[in-house]
Structure formats: structure tokens, C-alpha cells
Design a protein around this ligand. Structure first.
Ligand code: ADP
Ligand code: MG
Length: 251
């Protein structure tokens, strides 16, 4: 059984069919890359899967449960979490507070369950603080922890976004353009973190334009065109596929 199964997904915006009968599966432990020309429907696909918008038709099955139309917080509790193409941290808050704030409000849900289940709010807050510090250290944001997020570079914001996302302890992470606007050094760092997370058991789906980094990172590539699946498979085979070359050259 696949960890994520998308079956016959459709999303219309007025007269525009942004997702057109799309069926895709992701296996547990995979890293899958999603590519396709601008406007191909990549972000809309993530929006439908992560509950940001409701599809008009088709189904989303996660870990054996039909989760179509469920809200992002519900899906996060199930272990399915996404990041956004444009990061969403609060600029007038410090890096540390942004990471802490990303934790679920209530103890005993998903985050740090062993520590806090049945324990006090104070214990929950302490566990959240500890986890935030660990993630800030992991992403080498310690020297910026007291700075306002608004002062961070684009790449540092992407690291912050990843740290925030990991506060939810996802089983599956959907990343929308994690390398966009990020310099080569930080790109490599973020890619290494993604690889480590995957080796630790996290299933990852990445939308990305930066094909070199993407191809090195993923087990499989999925190419969308006009809301439909164009080609999927081994990265090298996909990139040399004539339909893919045509889709990119043809704009
Ligand atoms: P990608 O991420 O592959 O560049 P998107 O999923 O953002 O593509 O967009 C797919 C198509 O759907 C585009 O034509 C875009 O203009 C349209 N679209 C996306 N979101 C909306 C929306 N909220 N309202 C209307 N049209 C939208
Ligand atoms: Mg997009």
C-alpha cells in the first residue's frame, strides 16, 4: 500500500482546469520530485493534497485513510505536512519564537507525545521549548535565534520554514520550491538536511525548478503538464524523455 495515493484529482478555477484527472502515488520512504513548466499545476496539486483547497473531484488517500478535503491541521496531526513556495514566518517575531509557535497548541496530540501525553501544559511548553532549540541548532540558526525573522536572507528563511515544519514531526513532508531564491551553499545544506530526514524515515515530495539539485536528491521524478501527468520514473530517464524536453522547450 502506498503512503499517499492521489486518484483522479480535478481542480477547476472558473473556466480553467488547473488539475485534470491526476493520479499519482508515493511509497513510504521515497523522495519524489515534482516538476513541470510554470502553471502546470504543481502548487495546486500540493494545495489539494495538503487541504489548503478542496479538489472538485478525485480522492486523496494518506496512510490508508481517505483524507480528501480534510483541513491542513487535521492532516498535520495525521503526519502529512507541507511548506509553501513563499515562506510564512512572522517577520516581526524572532526566529526562536517562530519555531516555538509552529508547535501544535495542545499537548498529547502528535508532537512529543511520549513526553507530554497526560501531563501538564507546563510540561508541554517545556518540551516545545526543547524541541525548538534542537531544531534551531540542527539548522545552524542559533546565532540568529534572537533576531527578527524579517532580517533573514531568503535561504535562511527556507531553513526556518523547514525547522517550523519539523515541529509537527511529519511522516510525509511536501516541499514547495525549497531552493527558490537560495544561494548554492545554502541549497546544498538544505538538500543535505532533506536527505538526512529521508534517511531517518521521512517520506518527501519536492516541487522544484532547480533540476540539478532535484535530480541528485530524488528517487523518482513526476512531470506535470497542464494539470496532468506527463511522464514519471527514474530521474535520468525522465529528463532525457522527448515529451519532457518538448514540454520545457515548448514553454
Ligand atoms: P505551478 O505551481 O505549476 O506553477 P499553479 O498550481 O500555481 O502552477 O497554477 C496552475 C494554474 O492554475 C495556473 O494557470 C494558475 O494561474 C491557476 N491558479 C492557481 N491558483 C489559482 C487560484 N487560486 N485562482 C485562480 N487560478 C489559479
Ligand atoms: Mg508553484
Amino acid at each position: 500500500m502506498s503512503l499517499l495515493s492521489i486518484d483522479g484529482l480535478v481542480k477547476d478555477f472558473g473556466g480553467l482546469r488547473a488539475i485534470d484527472d491526476l493520479s499519482v502515488s508515493v511509497e513510504e520512504g521515497e523522495i519524489v520530485g515534482v516538476m513541470g513548466p510554470n502553471g502546470a499545476g504543481k502548487s495546486t496539486f500540493f494545495n489539494c493534497v495538503s487541504g489548503v483547497i478542496t479538489p472538485d473531484d478525485g480522492s486523496v488517500t494518506f496512510d490508508g485513510t481517505d483524507v480528501t478535503g480534510e483541513a491542513p491541521e487535521t492532516l498535520a496531526r495525521r503526519g502529512l505536512v507541507r511548506t509553501f513556495q513563499h515562506t510564512r514566518e512572522l517577520e516581526t517575531m524572532t526566529v526562536r519564537d517562530n519555531v516555538r509557535l509552529a508547535a501544535p497548541d495542545h499537548p498529547g496530540e502528535r508532537t512529543i507525545p511520549a513526553l507530554v501525553r497526560g501531563e501538564s501544559m507546563q510540561a508541554h511548553e517545556e518540551a516545545v521549548r526543547e524541541q525548538a532549540e534542537e531544531l534551531i541548532e540542527l539548522f545552524e540558526l542559533d546565532h540568529l535565534a534572537d533576531d527578527y525573522s524579517g532580517t533573514l536572507s531568503g535561504g535562511q528563511r527556507k531553513l526556518l520554514e523547514l525547522a517550523r515544519t519539523l515541529m509537527l514531526e511529519p511522516d510525509m513532508l511536501l516541499l514547495d520550491e525549497p531552493f527558490a531564491g537560495v544561494n548554492p551553499t545554502l541549497t546544498r545544506e538544505i538538500a543535505d538536511h532533506i536527505r538526512d530526514l529521508n534517511e531517518g524515515g521521512m517520506t518527501v515530495v519536492i516541487i522544484e525548478h532547480e533540476l540539478e539539485t532535484l535530480t541528485e536528491l530524488v528517487d523518482r521524478l513526476v512531470v506535470l503538464q497542464q494539470g496532468s501527468l506527463l511522464v514519471e520514473g527514474d530521474p535520468d530517464a525522465v529528463l532525457s524523455d522527448e515529451r519532457v524536453i518538448e514540454a520545457y522547450l515548448g514553454g
